[in-house]
Design a protein around this ligand. Structure first.
Ligand code: XIL
Length: 337
């Protein structure tokens, strides 16, 4: 029995233009359709990509996926897939549209709130009913000590609106599509600890203010040396989220292998990686039905953000190799052993 038959959706981040039939003789497209029930566009729904100016949007990729109007469909519906939206706010300045930062001095708090509302209404409203899950805020909690509430990152939105901008973002998204499940997404929180505690505090505050939030996305970018076993800190942390009546999704899983000259330093790491993928699938299944989906960040080593992001010291992080051939990780994710 595969995980999907147990009701768990398997998903992957995709690059929309690679879904075109001319890319790798259609292998990119056909592997997505064959192996996954949902996708998340890796960058095509990020503000930096679609929000070109106050009233100028680039919806070309998202429209191709979902259809531009309520009555039209796109690649997603035509292939029987579902879609996660990522992300309405990416919570630090490097990921906020440049034109907005450039105009910061002339934007009043009231205007900032209007901008945030219009953006979220425009994007969420356009695909209302077509996007089942939205990351409303991505990477809010800073990895560094600071004096802001919940140790959040500094950003345009924080400087204009304070911590309340977080509330507004969820409320606007809920108003624009009351059926979408609204998530908070972050990395480095799966094992508990200081950052996870700040996320718990944030969620407790949002809940106490009756803000609509339905789930937490754990990115889960890890190295193959990090292990997950029943009852450990990963399991305890998941339980703490679920105790807050939240769904939990592993949203961006990849498991990196140390590399030298484009080869694994230790060839055994490919097997070890398979077991690591399996241990995380087991964790997700353990918490069903509060864990609706498990997504990897990409699916083939041919296209992965890990090598460049680690200066080529890590790689081969995904279930298919660079020629779309299944690795042990692929088989471990397919079979409910
Ligand atoms: C990455 C994309 O994969 C890259 O193509 C892009 O250049 C930078 O962003 N956490 C996230 C994702 O939430 O949005 C990031 O995606 C990877 C880390």
């Amino acid at each position: 029995v595969s995980a999907s038959l147990r009701g768990l959706l398997l998903g992957a981040a995709v690059v929309v233009k690679y879904l075109q039939p001319n890319i790798d003789q259609g292998q990119y497209n056909s592997n997505v359709v064959k192996n996954y029930q949902l996708i998340v566009p890796g960058y095509e729904l990020k503000p930096e990509h679609i929000w070109l100016d106050e009233n100028v949007y680039n919806f070309s990729d998202a429209d191709w996926l979902l259809g531009a109007t309520p009555n039209t469909t796109g690649w997603v519906q035509q292939n029987g897939m579902q879609l996660r939206g990522h992300t309405l706010v990416w919570a630090y300045d490097m990921r906020i549209p440049r034109w907005l930062l450039d105009r910061e001095a002339s934007i009043t708090p009231e205007k900032a709130k209007t901008l945030l509302r219009n953006y979220i209404y425009t994007v969420v409203g356009r695909y209302r009913g077509k996007i089942q899950w939205w990351d409303v805020i991505n990477e809010l909690i800073s990895n560094y000590n600071n004096t802001r509430p919940f140790y959040i990152a500094n950003s345009f939105w924080y400087r204009k609106l304070g911590i309340d901008y977080v509330k507004y973002a969820y409320i606007f998204a809920h108003e624009a599509d009351p059926d979408a499940k609204l998530y908070y997404n972050d990395f480095g929180i799966q094992q508990g600890g200081f950052k996870a505690d700040r996320v718990f505090d944030l969620i407790d505050w949002l809940k106490s203010e009756n803000v609509p939030i339905h789930g937490v996305g754990i990115q889960w970018h890890i190295k193959v040396s990090e292990t997950v076993t029943p009852g450990d800190a990963h399991y305890q942390t998941a339980q703490r989220f679920i105790d807050r009546n939240l769904d939990l999704m592993v949203t961006e899983l990849d498991i990196s292998i140390p590399m030298v000259d484009s080869h694994p330093v230790d060839p055994n790491d490919i097997q070890r990686q398979g077991l690591a993928y399996r241990s995380i699938l087991d964790y997700v299944l353990y918490f069903a039905p509060r864990t609706p989906a498990l997504l990897t960040w990409g699916f083939t080593d041919r296209y992965s953000w890990i090598p460049a992001a680690t200066n080529y010291t890590q790689g081969e992080a995904l279930p298919l190799d660079a020629n779309y051939q299944p690795k042990p990780a692929y088989w471990q994710m397919q079979d409910d052993l």
